[in-house]
Unconditional design. Sequence first.
Length: 128
Amino acid sequence: MAKPRVLIVEDNVDNFELVRFLLERAGYEVLSAANGVEGVVAAKREQPDLVLMDLSMPEMDGWKATAQMKAEETTRHIPVLALTAHTLPSERKRAIDAGCDGYISKPINVASFDKLVSTLVRHARAGL
Ligand code: MN
């Protein structure tokens, strides 16, 4: 079976490298986009099993990119996990309202990161 593919949409290189390291170590193939505009295009083209979406980004932020993905027939089935340093409940609610399927707080807790990613990928592949 081919490796599950995860698209990371993140403008910060250090955050990107950390998330890529964790995903590759867990056996995923990693795709990348540096802002929301690129992220929406890459999601359509690559049809990844999961998108990890930073929220604060140039060009188009993660809230808007997620809303676009969820409004689009060809990408609305792909689960989106917000990567957020926004710890205010109102900011997390904004991510869920935009269509995110969950969120991961920065700094990342590795154990819960691995668990959440594998659960969402498994569900996505099972068509749940
Ligand atoms: Mn950012």
